[in-house]
Design a protein around this ligand. Structure first.
Ligand SMILES: Cc1cc2nc3c(=O)[nH]c(=O)nc-3n(C[C@H](O)[C@H](O)[C@H](O)COP(=O)(O)OP(=O)(O)OC[C@H]3O[C@@H](n4cnc5c(N)ncnc54)[C@H](O)[C@@H]3O)c2cc1C
Length: 339
């Protein structure tokens, strides 16, 4: 038997009112906060591709519009280099990429991405269209020893290109190469000059080697680096190298040296004296004089070339001993970082 109550008890109205309010509050909370989860290094957040520009046959400059709050509002907090992980949502695979200029005031972030012939994420990124959503997470610090004002007098950054051996490709297919290895250096310089203007003590030198002119970084990057070196010659020096003298028509406006980043180039960049003391010459030793200044050399590129300049990586990409040209020049492990 069922009884139907014809009159509502007195407490029903307030109960209905409070349930309505609580539903409204919950809905508002979730629409405000749950649909736009705050970005974090461990959680993917959607960004939107707003520009995709061909730089060369296999590189593109991508601009993403990213959710607010991806990086801390104080950009000075990031004087180390950092990257973001991009997820290929088709196959759920992620790869790190280095935002060139952090995130600008419009919430835009630029990535220079090289496409590898069989590369999963790079090919997927190159195939994205303007308006597409791209999931990212970050920031993730890539260079743990952050650059600090007052710690160094001379900072030399060498992005190398040659000696890309078959062994390198087999053993380290995911290392940055093909020119895009300049991105952490570009990011660091951009961050340092933007946040500190020129109120820092170090002098930076960027040595960038590409295989050919076609492999050079995007002209916007070259232009801003050249401008920086012209505006602040005592704070920043920029030297470009190419392995081959292929197309000189494009190079007339750029000062490009042909050849490798060899010992004399590194010695010049570090402003080490070339003259060997007579007692070294007498015993056949050619150890140069390390000046009394705090030197930091950052090296990035194909493994073989990093090894030629700074000695091989250790196990599992640990730093290993300082060897190669920098070892010959007498630099110690606290003065060298292999990215
Ligand atoms: C900290 C950090 C920052 C980085 N920043 C940048 C950046 O700013 N810009 C940038 O372009 N890159 C950057 N990289 C490199 C990037 O993360 C990727 O490693 C790169 O894009 C290749 O990823 P992929 O998925 O396309 O290639 P993967 O699928 O990982 O393949 C890598 C290589 O293996 C080869 N390969 C893959 N499958 C096969 C196969 N079946 N047979 C033969 N060869 C194969 C590919 O051709 C390619 O050469 C960065 C890397 C690190 C660690």
């Amino acid at each position: 038997m069922f009884f139907v109550c014809a009159t509502r008890p007195k407490f029903v109205k307030p109960v209905l009112f409070f349930s309505g309010v609580s539903v409204a509050v919950t809905t508002t909370y979730y629409s405000l906060f749950s649909e736009a989860p705050s970005p974090s290094p461990s959680r993917f957040t959607p960004s939107t591709l707003i520009e995709s520009v061909d730089v060369s046959s296999n590189t593109k400059l991508l601009t993403l519009s990213v959710p607010p709050g991806l990086i801390p509002s104080d950009p000075g907090a990031f004087t180390s280099t950092w990257s973001i992980f991009v997820k290929d949502s088709d196959i759920q695979v992620e790869r790190p990429y280095t935002p060139l200029e952090g995130i600008d005031e419009n919430g835009h972030m630029k990535l220079w991405v090289k496409k590898y012939k069989h590369g999963e994420v790079s090919r997927w990124l190159h195939s994205r269209q303007v308006g597409d959503s791209i999931e990212i997470r970050g920031p993730v610090t890539t260079w743990s020893k952050s650059w600090q004002n007052g710690h160094w007098d001379e900072v030399v950054m060498a992005r190398t290109s040659i000696f890309f051996s078959f062994i390198d490709i087999l053993t380290s297919p995911c290392k940055v190469s093909g020119g895009t290895g300049i991105t952490p250096f570009y990011q660091l310089l951009h961050s340092v000059f933007r946040t500190r203007n020129t109120s820092f003590n170090a002098c930076f030198t960027l040595l960038h080697a590409s295989r050919s002119l076609a492999d050079l970084p995007p002209s916007t990057m070259i232009h801003s680096l050249t401008e920086l070196s012209q505006n602040y010659p005592d704070k920043f020096q920029f030297h470009l190298f190419t392995d081959s003298v292929d197309d000189t028509s494009e190079s007339h406006s750029l000062s490009i040296r042909h050849g490798h980043i060899g010992k004399s180039v590194v010695q010049d960049a570090l402003r080490l004296t070339h003259s060997t003391p007579w007692w070294h010459r007498l015993f056949g030793s050619s150890v140069p004089t390390i000046p009394e200044k705090r030197i930091l050399v950052l090296v990035c590129g194909p493994e073989g070339m990093v090894s030629a300049i700074a000695g091989p990586y250790g196990r599992n990409y640990s730093q290993g001993k300082v060897g190669g040209i920098l070892g010959e020049l007498g630099l110690q492990s606290h003065q060298v970082w292999k990215l």
